[in-house]
Design a protein around this ligand. Sequence first.
Ligand code: 0X9
Ligand code: ZN
Length: 627
Amino acid sequence: MLRKSILIVICLIFCFSLSAAERVLIRIPHAGPELYQQHLQQNADIAAFHAGQYLDMVWPIAELEELRSIHPQLIIRSTEAQMKANLGTRDIPGYRNYQDMLDDISMFEALYPDLVQIEVIGAGWGKDYAQQGLPNYQSFQHDIHAIKVSANVSEDLDKPAFYFIGTHHAREPISMEVCVAILEHLTEGYGIDPDITHILDSSQVWIVPLLNPDGHKLVIDQTDIWWRKNIRDNNNNGNIDTASWGNGYDGVDLNRNYSHGWGNISASDDPLSVTYHGLNPFSEPETSALKTLLESKRFLAGVSYHTYGEWVLYPYGYGHNLYAPDVTELSQLAINMAASIPKVGNGTYTPSPSFGLYPVSGSFDDWSYGTRGTFSYTIEMADQFIPPASQVPVIIQNHLTAAKILLQRKDSKTLRGHVTDAETGAALSATIFVEGIDGHYLPRAPYVSDEIFGAYWRFLPVGTYTVRISAEGYLAQSHVVEINSIDQTILDVALEAAPTINQSIRTVDDIGSPLANATIRIAGHAPYYSDDEGYIMVMNIPAGDYSIHISLPGYTSIHSNVSLLGNELIFSLTANPLLMDGFELGMGNWTSSGSWGISNAHSYSGLNSLSDSPPETTSNETFQLLP
Ligand code: 0X9
Ligand code: ZN
């Protein structure tokens, strides 16, 4: 009895200390994909999902009982008060604010000037608005910093690049802490630990610890502990509208603002939503700053840190079942990294394609892999958004091995080399096409050697491959290479300038009759039009590989990569069908004679087909009308 009344008192204290408008993090145990889909469609703030294990959501307290009546097993994982307490103070190791972060990275730059260089790559909206004189943004004047870590850091040497990014999402501040820990680990280990020494001698590591400094301030200052987005002033009222616990009218979800698949699944066009994708891809200063950095050099691999769920995710994730062209090695590296990171409870992190968590569109990882070819990972750290400050040192320490596994990936199962002009030795930007991996049905940018050094890198599974190296104006070369698990395979290629040729191209129809007035587009040339005999003649073009597009109204266009070597090329175009009819809606398009009619006994597609004696029962009496 006594115990019961104590429980009631505790419960009352607990309940009254929560305001009705407040949100809590709830967990529905054993949730399946249907429940997840249902809440996704209702635009719920989904925090984490492991199919069959749990669905975690940020939920308004006012609507908690309603949800509990449907899911009595529901539990509250953390309250706002707990999350605030978790942030701790800097007296014990805890969460840094913007200034702490800046002081610390500047300290490493001062301590290790040959290894560390800080660059400002952009600023959040806060700085822009403050400079416009808006009073509410004066304490939000934040730059975005990128830290280059490499031996002889001030020189632009021929070293492949890697990245580690923190805080796309404001309420995930440990993602900044892990980035600073990587900086600390690499700098302190250089010259002492042979693995780290080798990493910094042979590569450049770029760390962007705080991509979303404005949003991060809202969380660290406890203005809105659930804030996820940046602080774009969506309603132009000069105020930071965070009043509704993460769902404020302002802000863009930076991890929905990239161009790859932008604006589709799990991204909202409602500015109020926590997953608002912004006005257009790269509408935000944070995402466009990162884009500029990542396009400035070849990044081989990198991690974008988030919380939570204890996952190592790899592309693609903009739809279900999208297995990327490099899936074998993308997943193998994820498996290796995941196995090295202990969970807060038992076991190690779970490797998965990103869609295995849930598909999202416009994300950073898909853009980085899809348009740059970078092996890009999302690591969902920890088992809650803001783990207690006292746990932070252990959790971030647990991620250092995985970071080094990523950085060491280039030392084995890798094809690399330089492409140069055979005569002058100048570096060439050439395409490195690996048969059996490239030309996949899911697009991914081609791997290209860089203009300054002519260097290229490919992570490949162990095996034998035919590799084709091509550059406009040069004769392409094919080479067979062996990739092994011990070290790198080096293939340096000197391309010969292609002789100029006259190339004749002919366009015909399916039965070989000439097609006049077809448009032939060759990359880098003005369009050509075929003559009455179906011919075009391209004069004085360097022999080599070209992308060609041929079109003619009424015919299906052709887009293909071809070698132009001087011998005549013939393209046959297939006429578009005048009418396609699956007979699903009856015989309205046709006049029949005799016993012709519709049968549903067999069909090419759909339910129906045309038959000379319906209803048919055996297949040889029914035929399909193909276009
Ligand atoms: O939804 C996200 O942006 C990430 N999860 S989080 O809880 N930290 O917000 C997951 C992104 C995974 N990437 C893709 N599915 N492409
Ligand atoms: Zn996140």
